[in-house]
Design a protein around this ligand. Structure first.
Ligand code: ADP
Ligand code: MG
Length: 703
C-alpha cells in the first residue's frame, strides 16, 4: 500500500473498530478514513504535567491536578443516597474527595499514608473544594508515566458515540494507532523550501504533536504548521485562480483619456475629488488599459462618493467609443442614479437613458433601438437591462451598484452583452468587508476601497433609547418634524414567518399614527409583502417630501437618498447585526442638517447586545464596525463568504490567527510571483493541492 492510500484506509482497519462503530463515527463526525480521523484535532488539552497547591485553587472552571495524602474518611447520608467522603491534604490545605458509586472498590484502592495524584474539577462548598469521582493515581506509578500521557487531548464526540462507548479517550486511542501505523509513511504536503523558509514542522511531526504534544512549545509549533498550511494553500489557490482568469479573459483596451472625461473634470465637477476617489479611479483606469477584462469590487462606506467614481470611469469608456451601463437593484435607486448623472453631465454631449420594468410601450421601444444603434452612451436601469431583448451596439463597461442585492448568475449575464469580448465589470458595494476577511476570502478579486468621506460631513449622532423611553422619542420626533425634517422608523425581519413580522410592523405603524394623526401628519409604510409598484409609490411620496414619516422593514436598507430625512429610528435594534445597523444608519446624514440615529431596544439587554449598541453609538466607521461584527458573529454570518473556502477551515481561525493570515498571504504572493503557473518541479505539491481545491474554473465571484 503506498503512502497516500494509507490515509484512505477505512476506519474498520483499526483495532476495535467494526462496521458498527465505523458507521457511528461516520454519521456523527463525518469521518470515514484514517486521514479524516488524523485531521480531527483536539479541541483542548488536559494538562496533567503540573500540580496545583490546594490553597491555590480559586476557580471552579478548570480541571486541576493535586498531590497529597488521605487523612480520613467518612460515610454521609443525604436522602436515599450514601456518599463516601475522604479528606485529602497536601500541606497547604484540605480538599474533599467524594464518591457515590463503586464504594467498596474505592475503599480497597485508597489507603492512608500513601501519596496520590488526584485529577478533576473542583466544586466549592462551604469554603472547601471537593472533587466528585476524580481520577486517582498512585504518585509513584504516576511519576513513571511519560509526559505524553500527562498532556492529553480532548476530542469532540457526541451522545450517540458515547452510548456506543466511543469517548474522547477512545478516539485518542484510535488516532494513536494511526500515528504508529503511518510513522515514516506520511507524505509531506509542503515543499521543502516552504518548510525551511517558514520554520515549519514536517507534517508527520506536526500531526503527532498536535494530538500528543510533548510540550506546550511543540504543541504551539504543530498548530502553527497546520494553520499556516491551511491559510497558505487557500491564498495560493486564490492567486492561482486569479492568474488563470486574467490570462484567459482578454478585455477592451481604453487607451484614450479624451474630451468628455477632460471637460467633465475641468468644467462640470462641482467639488474636488477626495484622494481616495482619485486613487481608485487610477486603479480602475489601469485595469481598463491592461488588455484584460476588469473584474473589480469597489467598496466604500455610504456617502463616500462611489457614483461619481463610476461616472468618471464610464466617461473614459465613452471617450474610447464604447457604451456603458449602470445597474441598480431597485427602480427608485435607478431613478435616483439617472437624475444625479443627468445633473452631473449637464451641458456635456453624453446621452443618458433610464430603463426599468415600468417603462413600457413606445418609450421602451425607443430606448432599445437607440441602444442597439449606439445612440445611448449610458444606460441606467434595474435588472430589466439584463433581459435578452436589451441589445447594445458596443458595451464596454458595466457598473453594478450595491452588489449584495444581485444574484451572481444574473450579473454574469452582463458578460454576454458584447459579442466581441466581455465588457469590463465594476461592482460597487457599501457593505464593508473586514480586512482580514477580504485578505482570506477575496484573495482572487481585484478590490479597491474608498476609505475617506468627502470633507465637511456632519457625523450622525447615535443614541440608545429603551422601549420605556417612548415619550422621549415622540417628543424628539415632534421637534424634528416641526423643523421640517423627515423620519425613518425601521422594524427588523425577525421571524421565519413574514406575516408575523408584518404584524409587528403594523402594530408599530398604528401607534405612530395615533401619535401623529392625519391630516396634520402624513405617514408612508413599506414592507416586503407589498407589490413592487405600491412600494415604489410610497417611497416616492417620502422622497418627494409628501410624507413626514416612513415606517418600513429593512427593504429601505439599500441606497435611497432622501437628503431631508435626518432621523433614523431602528426598533428592536438589538436584533440586527452591526453591519446592517450601520447600513440603515447610512440612510440619513445626506444633507446639510445634523442627523440622528436612534437605536431602540428592549429594556433588559444581554451583555452582548449592550456591547453592540455601545459600539454603534461610538463609531461611525463602517470598517471598524465590520471588524467588530466579524469578531462578534464569526465569518459564517458575514454575507458573501459562502464560496470563499474560509468556512471550511479546519484549524485556522481568520480572526484569532490574523498574524498567520498575513504571513501566509505574503508568502503565497512570493511563491506565486516566482512561478505563477506552479509548474516548477519544487512546486508540484502545491500545484496538486491547489488544483484539488478548485477543479473547475467557475465564474469569478463577482462576475
Ligand atoms: P455612495 O458611495 O454612498 O454611493 P454617493 O455617490 O451617493 O455615495 O455620494 C454621496 C454624496 O456625496 C453625493 O451627493 C455626491 O454628490 C457627494 N460627493 C461625492 N464625491 C464628493 C466629493 N469629492 N466632495 C464632496 N461631495 C462629494
Ligand atoms: Mg450609492
Amino acid at each position: 500500500m503506498d503512502n497516500n492510500n494509507i490515509l484512505q484506509r477505512d476506519l474498520t482497519f483499526l483495532k476495535g473498530v467494526g462496521e458498527k462503530r465505523a458507521n457511528i463515527i461516520k454519521r456523527e463526525l463525518n469521518i470515514a478514513s484514517w486521514g479524516d480521523l488524523l485531521y480531527h484535532f483536539p479541541y483542548r488539552y488536559v494538562d496533567k504535567s503540573q500540580y496545583f497547591k490546594i490553597n491555590q485553587i480559586v476557580s471552579e472552571d478548570l480541571y486541576v491536578q493535586i498531590r497529597g495524602v488521605i487523612m480520613g474518611k467518612s460515610y454521609k447520608q443525604s436522602g436515599k443516597t450514601q456518599r463516601l467522603v475522604y479528606t485529602f491534604q497536601d500541606g497547604t490545605g484540605i480538599a474533599e474527595l467524594v464518591f457515590f458509586k463503586g464504594l467498596s472498590w474505592i475503599e480497597k484502592k485508597l489507603l492512608p499514608n500513601k501519596e496520590y495524584v488526584i485529577f478533576g474539577k473542583p466544586t466549592k462548598f462551604k469554603n472547601t473544594f471537593s472533587f466528585v469521582h476524580p481520577e486517582i493515581e498512585e504518585a509513584l506509578i504516576y511519576a513513571n508515566q511519560s509526559i505524553e500521557e500527562k498532556f492529553s487531548p480532548m476530542y469532540n464526540t457526541s451522545e450517540r458515540m458515547k452510548k456506543a462507548f466511543i469517548n474522547s479517550k477512545t478516539v485518542s486511542k484510535y488516532i494513536k494507532e494511526i500515528l504508529i501505523e503511518t510513522e515514516g509513511r506520511l507524505e509531506e504536503t509542503l515543499p521543502d523550501y516552504v518548510l525551511k523558509l517558514n520554520n515549519l514542522y514536517p507534517l508527520q511531526t506536526a500531526l503527532r504533536e498536535i494530538h500528543f504534544p510533548s510540550s506546550a512549545n511543540s504543541l504551539a509549533k504543530a498548530k502553527y504548521r497546520l494553520k499556516f498550511e491551511e491559510l497558505f494553500l487557500l491564498q495560493l489557490g486564490h492567486l492561482f485562480e486569479k492568474g488563470r482568469r486574467i490570462s484567459k479573459s482578454k478585455g477592451f483596451v481604453f487607451s484614450n483619456v479624451g474630451e468628455k472625461f477632460n471637460s467633465f473634470y475641468s468644467e462640470n465637477l462641482p467639488f474636488p475629488l477626495t484622494n481616495a476617489q482619485k486613487r481608485v479611479i487610477k486603479e480602475i483606469r489601469k485595469d481598463m488599459r491592461s488588455g484584460h477584462q476588469m473584474n473589480r469590487l469597489l467598496q466604500g462606506d455610504v456617502g463616500s462618493g462611489k457614483t461619481l467614481v463610476a461616472l468618471m470611469c464610464m466617461l473614459i469608456a465613452i471617450d474610447n467609443g464604447f457604451q456603458t451601463a449602470l445597474l441598480a437593484p431597485t427602480e427608485i435607486l435607478a431613478t435616483q442614479h439617472y437624475h444625479s448623472l443627468t445633473k452631473f453631465l449637464a451641458g456635456l454631449n453624453v446621452n443618458v437613458a433610464l430603463l426599468q420594468g415600468s417603462i413600457k410601450g413606445k418609450a421602451r421601444k425607443n430606448i432599445l433601438s437607440n441602444l442597439e444603434e449606439g445612440a445611448i452612451d449610458i444606460i441606467v436601469g434595474t435588472h430589466a437591462v439584463l433581459e435578452d431583448t436589451v441589445v447594445f451596439s458596443n458595451l464596454g463597461l458595466a457598473v453594478i451598484d450595491e452588489q449584495h442585492r444581485f444574484w451572481v448568475k444574473q450579473r454574469s449575464k452582463m458578460w454576454q452583452k458584447n459579442n466581441v469580448l466581455p465588457p469590463h465589470i465594476l461592482v460597487m458595494t457599501a457593505t464593508p468587508i473586514p480586512r482580514t476577511l477580504a485578505m482570506t476570502a477575496y484573495g482572487d478579486l481585484d478590490y479597491s476601497v474608498i476609505d475617506e468621506l468627502p470633507p465637511g460631513r456632519k457625523p450622525i449622532r447615535t443614541v440608545h433609547l429603551y422601549d420605556r423611553d417612548i415619550l422621549k422619542m415622540f417628543a424628539f420626533m415632534h421637534r424634528q418634524i416641526k423643523e421640517g425634517r423627515q423620519i425613518y422608523i425601521v422594524y427588523p425581519l425577525i421571524n421565519e414567518n413574514e406575516t408575523m413580522d408584518v404584524k409587528d410592523l403594523m402594530d408599530g405603524y398604528e401607534s405612530i399614527v395615533r401619535e401623529f394623526p392625519l391630516p396634520e401628519y402624513q405617514i408612508s409604510i413599506v414592507h416586503g409583502q407589498m407589490k413592487e409598484a405600491d412600494k415604489d409609490y410610497e417611497m416616492q411620496r417620502f422622497a418627494k417630501g409628501q410624507t413626514n414619516i416612513m415606517v418600513a422593514t429593512t427593504v429601505i436598507e439599500v441606497g435611497v437618498d432622501v437628503s431631508n430625512a435626518t432621523v433614523m429610528i431602528i426598533e428592536n435594534s438589538e436584533r440586527f447585526g452591526l453591519s446592517q445597523l450601520h447600513q440603515l444608519r447610512g440612510r440619513v446624514g445626506r444633507g446639510g442638517n445634523q442627523s440622528y440615529c436612534i437605536l431602540r431596544t428592549k429594556d433588559n439587554l444581554s451583555k452582548e447586545a449592550a456591547h453592540k449598541i455601545d459600539v454603534m453609538c461610538q463609531s461611525n466607521d463602517g470598517f471598524v464596525l465590520a471588524e467588530e461584527d466579524l469578531k462578534m458573529r464569526g465569518p459564517g454570518n458575514i454575507s458573501g463568504t459562502e464560496q470563499s473556502g474560509i468556512l471550511d477551515l479546519k484549524i485556522a481561525d481568520i480572526i484569532k490567527d490574523e498574524p498567520i493570515v498575513r504571513r501566509a498571504r505574503d508568502f503565497a504572493a512570493l511563491v506565486f510571483d516566482k512561478d505563477n503557473s506552479l509548474t516548477h518541479p519544487d512546486n508540484i505539491l502545491l500545484r496538486n493541492a491547489v488544483l484539488k481545491q478548485r477543479p473547475l474554473t467557475d465564474f469569478s465571484k463577482i462576475s
